[in-house]
Design a protein around this ligand. Structure first.
Ligand SMILES: NC(=O)c1ccc[n+]([C@@H]2O[C@H](COP(=O)([O-])OP(=O)(O)OC[C@H]3O[C@@H](n4cnc5c(N)ncnc54)[C@H](O)[C@@H]3O)[C@@H](O)[C@H]2O)c1
Ligand SMILES: N[C@@H](CCC=O)C(=O)O
Length: 546
């Protein structure tokens, strides 16, 4: 079997390991955690395959033990940012000339390395650096990232196989060229998989990339960069550039060779990137492709026919897993008055059973929020809720930053459905609930649609099929990922392509062909077997005389 046939084979989702007591994977992960926490990693820039250490450095701290330094990270200045652009452009000549099968072989090898020897190193780095539990790390830095590597390859082959019609004497073709220039990947802290995918997706399609990781995710992201090198990624195809976002961005956005931005993060930063590229437009050789997946204010609406247990579990998992730091996390819920007393009691009981603490203790359900800034923002929101007469705080527990940035899962009930807590993204473990009169179901659907500027994820819980159909219709534009009787988080590559519209981004669906299409610029080629040799058309011939 040649490479081409191997890569076209259907991708499959990487199975999620359980880490149950006594399992082999639990022991391997515990060993990886121990050895990673005994080291202070020295993270360089990687430009054109060269590792560069700068005098300016930042630290990666463990959020649940903020005195624990995990890594020292070199910080790029404008000078190194310029060097990264040069390296990307230089590498682009060879990389763009390789076949898709050749490029894909690197990423399929990377998938195998991550599914095998690198799995627990990446999981341990994600747990320690981003404060994820074993389960949350496994679905991110192992499974989702492996899935991106494998499914992107399958989708790229499907794109390449999509060709225009040819007819007798005329052979037509689409040549899926990479963009001219470099792609700038700017990545968030909360998913190691997203960090990796924003860099590899354009690279697979033949582009070269400058990757600026989030400072707090630099440890896991750098390990992934090393894994790609081991898989055979040629120097300069992806250049790893941690550092001050403003300084790096100003340099890269001023380059005439900026061909695209692949961003995931907050709406405010994406707005700024869009405005700056618009201001610089005349400098660029081509119109840069702007792909940005941004914030959310994700909803759950329950119909009076909903299953209370499923709803309570969906809300608790959807709102509090990974401390609510998923763009998809449930942060506003609409529950009918008839169900609310039971749902509230069930949620509070579940929340009391789900411990928060050091993620190295596998008994914990939640870790800490990412950093001091997030902690202060969330602690202020919780104390604001306590002081607000329009809000009833239902959960107990207070934020505590003595050892780590711990913010307890917080459940509040608001009287005003347009309260700030129902409209603004907080990005933490706070769920606001509005209780509606059962007769107002239809009106409440319209309220859900009209309350927030975002449209990322949302869920409806109902047993009544007619109610599900109504929600499906009224909320058609309220969420890019819509769930029925399930939590609004946990999209799986290849199963639920991910992204939202309105102020949640460009909705280019990470982990699908739609995203990969943004990184190619097709050339159409027509080849004629017998070219015309006479400029005259038949209608020009003289009429026959009868
Ligand atoms: N829609 C999605 O798929 C998705 C997925 C994950 C996260 N998010 C969103 O990301 C946000 C949380 O992640 P975050 O805190 O890392 O976001 P962020 O916007 O603070 O940072 C994202 C990236 O942008 C960089 N950055 C920050 N300021 C910048 C600037 N002025 N110019 C250029 N780059 C800049 C950061 O260093 C980081 O690399 C939330 O809003 C969340 O909803 C969205
Ligand atoms: N894809 C992830 C969310 C990514 C944003 O943080 C999910 O579906 O939960």
């Amino acid at each position: 079997m040649d490479i081409q046939n191997q890569t076209i084979a259907s991708a499959f989702n990487e199975p999620v390991l359980t880490y149950a007591p006594g399992s082999e994977e639990r022991r391997a992960l515990q060993n990886a955690l121990t050895s990673q926490s005994l080291r202070i990693e020295d993270i360089p820039l990687v430009i054109g395959g060269n590792k560069l250490h700068t005098s300016r450095q930042t630290e990666v701290l463990s959020p649940h033990r903020h005195r624990h330094v995990l890594a020292r990270v070199s910080s790029a200045s404008a000078f190194e940012a310029g060097a990264a652009v040069d390296a990307a452009l230089a590498a682009g000549v060879d990389w763009a000339g390789r076949t898709l099968a050749e490029r894909a072989a690197v990423f399929l090898k990377a998938a195998d390395l991550l599914a095998g020897p690198w799995r627990q190193r990446l999981n341990a780095a994600t747990m320690l650096g981003q404060s994820k539990t074993a389960q949350q790390a496994e679905i991110d830095s192992a499974c989702e990232l492996i899935d991106f590597l494998r499914f992107n390859v399958q989708f790229a082959h499907e794109i390449e196989a999509t060709q225009p019609l040819s007819i007798d004497g005329v052979a037509n073709g689409s040549d899926y060229r990479p963009l001219e220039g470099f792609v700038y990947a700017i990545t968030p802290f909360n998913f190691t998989a997203i960090g990796g995918n924003l860099a590899i997706a354009p690279a697979l399609m033949g582009n070269t990339v400058v990757w600026k990781p989030a400072g707090s995710a630099a440890l896991s992201n750098y390990l992934f960069m090393q894994l790609l090198e081991e898989a055979g990624l040629p120097p300069g195809v992806i250049n790893f550039l941690p550092g001050d976002p403003r300084e790096i961005t100003d340099t890269l956005l001023a380059s005439p060779h900026l061909a695209g931005i692949h961003f995931t993060g907050s709406t405010a930063v994406f707005d700024q990137l869009w405005q700056e590229t618009a201001q610089n437009l005349r400098r660029y050789r081509s119109y840069p492709r702007l792909v940005g997946e941004t914030g959310g204010k994700d909803f759950v609406i329950a119909h009076p026919s909903a299953d209370v247990e499923a709803l309570a579990v969906g809300l608790v998992r959807g709102a509090y897993e990974y401390q609510g730091q998923k763009c998809s996390a449930a942060s506003r819920a609409y529950v009918p008055a008839s169900l609310w007393p039971e749902v509230k009691a069930r949620m509070l009981a579940l929340m009391a059973e789900l411990p928060m603490g050091d993620v190295q203790d596998f008994g914990n359900f939640m870790g800490a929020v990412i950093d001091r800034r997030a902690y202060d923002r969330l602690a202020a929101a919780i104390s604001g809720a306590h002081a607000d007469e329009g809000v009833e705080v239902l959960s107990s527990g207070a934020p505590d930053d003595s050892v780590g940035y711990f913010v307890p899962p917080t459940l509040v009930e608001v009287r005003d459905p347009k309260h700030r807590l129902m409209t603004e993204e907080l990005f933490g473990p706070l769920l606001a609930v509005f209780v509606y009169a059962d007769v107002d179901w239809r009106h409440t659907l319209a309220l859900v649609d009209g309350t927030s500027a975002y449209a990322l994820t949302g869920a409806v819980f109902a047993a009544d099929e007619a109610a599900i159909d109504e929600a499906h219709e009224v909320l058609r534009f309220a969420a890019g990922n819509f769930y029925v009787n399930d939590k609004p988080t946990g999209a799986v590559v290849g199963q639920q392509p991910f992204g939202g519209a309105r102020r949640s981004g460009t909705n280019d669906k990470a982990g699908s062909a739609l995203n990969l299409l943004r990184w190619v610029s097709a050339r159409t080629v027509k080849r004629t077997a017998a070219p015309a040799r006479d400029p005259r058309y038949p209608h020009m011939a003289p009429d026959h005389v009868a």
